[in-house]
Ligand binder design. Sequence first.
Ligand SMILES: Nc1ncnc2c1ncn2[C@@H]1O[C@H](COP(=O)(O)OP(=O)(O)OP(=O)(O)O)[C@@H](O)[C@H]1O
Ligand SMILES: [Mg+2]
Length: 258
Amino acid sequence: MITPIAYRKTLEGKSNAHLISFSDGHDYVVKFFQPGFERSLPNEWVGYCLARYLGLPIPFARLVEIPPEFIAQVPELKVMHHTQFQFASLYVPDCTDGHQTPSNYSISNHQSLAGVILLDYWLCNRDRTRKNIVLCEGDQGKYQLWIIDHAEIFGAYNWCASDLDNLSEQLLKSATHGIMATNIESEDSFTDYLDLIQTIPIFLIEEVVSMIPEDWMVTKEEKKAMVSALVTRRKSILPHLLQRFLKKVYHPLHEKNL
Ligand SMILES: Nc1ncnc2c1ncn2[C@@H]1O[C@H](COP(=O)(O)OP(=O)(O)OP(=O)(O)O)[C@@H](O)[C@H]1O
Ligand SMILES: [Mg+2]
């Protein structure tokens, strides 16, 4: 397992994410377990694994351990709650977020965008704001888009099991989804990603959920409820949400562009 080498800084945002250099020569954004935000790390883990399976542009991530001797030297970390594992996402340098990027930007990896939108609807991620994407300028003024921050999937960073039976079935308000939709070239990519989501083996979803570290305090029943919400939503709810998204967001945007 990689070990932390140097503390860099605290990043903006309510998660108190920390930028730390590790022994593999890379910087990672590390999130610690926070009382009051108990589901942030389990959400990040599950969101990350499912996005990876779908081949979406999410920075490589892993569980890390920050030794007490390292924490003792860093005032910003001493005040954090300490579990055995933290969630670490590979830092994407020299990029901007959706606020800092000139409006109407073009996205180079547009083939993935329908997958990102469906992931957000599947997982009930109400936090796909302009700040929760990272944009890296490349050739011809186009930007490569990365998705970050899945701390609020399942509707919240502090859900309880009963909430998972009642996740929103409404359209999400997200200007970022609008920008993504504008960049999508083929409506067929939505159905391709829907197929992919619906055919993820259930045992793989169970495996991902079962790997949530013990001390992140998700009970066996809550893990079951997570799997059940994922399986129910992808089958019965996601297809309807997709139709509504196409009708209310995607089609109007593309008619305007004709
Ligand atoms: N992998 C990454 N690469 C580059 N920057 C990142 C990465 N992960 C996080 N960041 C930066 O750190 C900030 C905080 O991270 P993140 O959005 O995951 O947590 P947050 O504190 O929950 O944010 P929010 O206030 O939106 O809920 C991001 O807005 C972004 O600027
Ligand atoms: Mg964020």
